[in-house]
Design a protein around this ligand. Structure first.
Ligand code: SIN
Length: 330
């Protein structure tokens, strides 16, 4: 009897620490590109740092390539607190704010230094908190790069795109940008683009060197113009209620992890942009079109009127801050 009691007491004692230790909470990070891209690598670095510092309490589960959801769904899922982290393109917030349309204006940012300058300015930083009331907190910006135009047939002038169907991210500005050259914009999730090109449902698209290369769009887009006409950057976002529920110490650790992951991701973006452009240029069958100054002026003349059209929606002060940041690069 005495031994039985002792055995029960011993078993209870051994089970004690186990019952106290809670399982780490799983945090979901959804994105739509490959792991071997600036965003994919940023996500892995974020997971590594979070789990190194707080692995007893948090695990980060990364879902790449749009396998869990596309970006428009991810923005809704963040707002509703169904997932904790995402890093959609800044073009994918149209349902939540008009201010981010500033990033879609064609030919506004001449280079990535200008984009960065604007993002780090007070106006750029204030955009991170512009959707807090709708449940979305911006934690920082991640670069991918400037967008290039591509098509399945030769083109040089804006009128050469007339009648072609171009895939776009679902953005009003991007829609008008292609309508301005008499092309037909087709909003489509990133994960569907390759197949749509293969089936000739679309004849063109716009994206960065890194995305054109990593998703093999070039297989159906042998003509790529170095147009640098727009920017594809990301905002890393989280759910506002989740963010507020964290202790100050944990929030600080997450901020540290994001800061470091973004620094790393931005360095990868810069290197990949140069590298992937070089890979595409050297690829047999790919024709890199380098527009002359005069040709670029033609493209700008038809697309830049969108700045005035969207200034009221974006806000004059935000647009002016972006123009100032751009002017410092000219
Ligand atoms: C991405 O880079 O996250 C995808 C952007 C796109 O939809 O073109």
């Amino acid at each position: 009897m005495k031994w039985n009691l002792l055995r029960v007491a011993l078993a209870a004692l051994l089970a004690w620490p186990m019952s106290l230790a809670a399982e780490p909470k799983t945090l979901v990070l959804s994105h739509v590109v490959s792991p071997d891209t600036p965003k994919g690598k940023m996500a892995t670095m974020f997971k590594t740092i979070v789990e190194r510092k707080m692995g007893d309490r948090f695990r980060v589960e990364i879902h790449p390539n749009g396998t869990l959801m596309d970006d428009n769904e991810a923005v809704d899922a963040i707002a509703e607190g169904r997932i904790q982290f995402a890093a959609p393109s800044v073009s994918k917030f149209e349902a939540y704010t008009q201010k981010l349309k500033v990033f879609d204006l064609p030919f506004l940012f001449p280079d990535m230094a200008a984009v960065n300058r604007f993002q780090q300015s007070p106006a750029g930083q204030s955009l991170l908190t512009s959707m807090t009331g709708q449940g979305i907190v911006g934690l920082g910006y991640l670069h991918n790069g400037l967008k290039q135009l591509s098509a399945n047939q030769p083109f040089e002038k804006p009128q050469d795109l007339a009648g072609l169907k171009f895939r776009i991210m679902n953005s009003d500005v991007l829609k008008k940008q292609f309508q301005a050259v008499d092309a037909t914009p087709v909003p489509m999730a990133f994960a569907d683009v390759y197949q749509a090109l293969a089936e000739d449902r679309i004849q063109g698209q716009e994206n960065t060197w890194s995305n054109i290369y990593s998703k093999r769009f070039y297989e159906y887009q042998p003509y790529i113009m170095e147009s640098n006409h727009g920017v594809l950057d990301y905002m890393v976002i989280t759910n506002a209620a989740f963010w507020q529920s964290l202790s100050d110490e944990d929030r600080h650790h997450f901020q540290y992890a994001i800061g470091n992951a973004l620094g790393y991701g931005n360095a990868v973006a810069k290197a990949k942009s140069t590298n992937d452009r070089g890979e595409l240029q050297a690829m047999p069958g790919v024709n890199l079109i380098r527009p002359s100054r005069a040709d670029l002026a033609d493209w700008q003349a038809v697309m830049k009127p969108l700045w005035d059209e969207y200034a009221p929606a974006i806000g004059e002060a935000t647009l002016r801050a972006a123009q100032d940041a751009a002017a410092a690069s000219l």
